[in-house]
Design a protein around this ligand. Structure first.
Ligand code: ADP
Length: 188
């Protein structure tokens, strides 16, 4: 089993690349953003709990994410690998992920970060708002999500650098070009 974290700020292109990588290697793509949005649109108890937080661009509490991920690993025990997209987002989530994987004899094998400048990120997110109408893609909320990323998520770079699993790819260019670069890091 290969466990890959696709890492980077909102708008870096994690979702797009995660789908392609999962298809190429037959790994399971897990997007916590997609999972949470499905809960919200299904009006489930979890969805009702997180709706306002997501729309405001806040992070959803760690306990809820950890519960979600535990059930993901339980449900896909026979997967060849995972592409995690949007998780972990806090140091606590990263530590819990290590613990969960250890329990099933696994570890995080690779953390691939997509590097994109802040101005480009903001422009992409505004564009996505126009195209997809995501409720958390308004200017104010976008700013808040970028701040959340800087405060809570970016510190994970050092966590994974220390473990020696962290690699970076420049996330501006054509989708296929970036995909090829990601694949060559995975193969090495
Ligand atoms: P983006 O990467 O564009 O910010 P996502 O689709 O990954 O968007 O996530 C959307 C929202 O879902 C986040 O702003 C947050 O509210 C919630 N969310 C997703 N994953 C996590 C996580 N691991 N921890 C906390 N909140 C999360």
């Amino acid at each position: 089993m290969f466990n890959l974290i696709l890492f980077g700020p909102p708008g870096a292109g994690k979702g797009t690349q995660a789908v392609k990588i999962a298809k190429e290697y037959n790994w399971k793509h897990i997007s916590t953003g997609d999972i949470l949005r499905a809960e919200v649109s299904g009006y489930t108890p979890l969805g009702l709990k997180v709706k306002a937080m997501m729309e405001a661009g806040h992070l959803v509490p760690d306990e809820l994410l950890i519960e979600i991920m535990e059930s993901v690993f339980l449900k896909h025990q026979n997967a060849d690998g995972f592409v995690l997209d949007g998780f972990p987002r806090t140091l606590n989530q990263a530590e819990e992920l290590d613990r969960m994987l250890l329990k099933i004899g696994q570890k995080v094998d690779l953390v691939l970060a997509l590097e994109v400048e802040v101005d480009e990120l903001a422009a992409r997110l505004v564009n996505r708002a126009l195209e997809q109408g995501r409720k958390d893609d308004t200017e104010e909320v976008i700013k808040h999500r970028l701040v959340q990323y800087l405060h809570h998520t970016k510190p994970l770079v050092d966590y994974y650098k220390e473990k020696g699993t962290y690699r970076e790819v420049y996330g501006v260019g054509t989708i296929d070009n970036i995909f090829n670069q990601l694949c060559s890091v995975i193969k090495s």
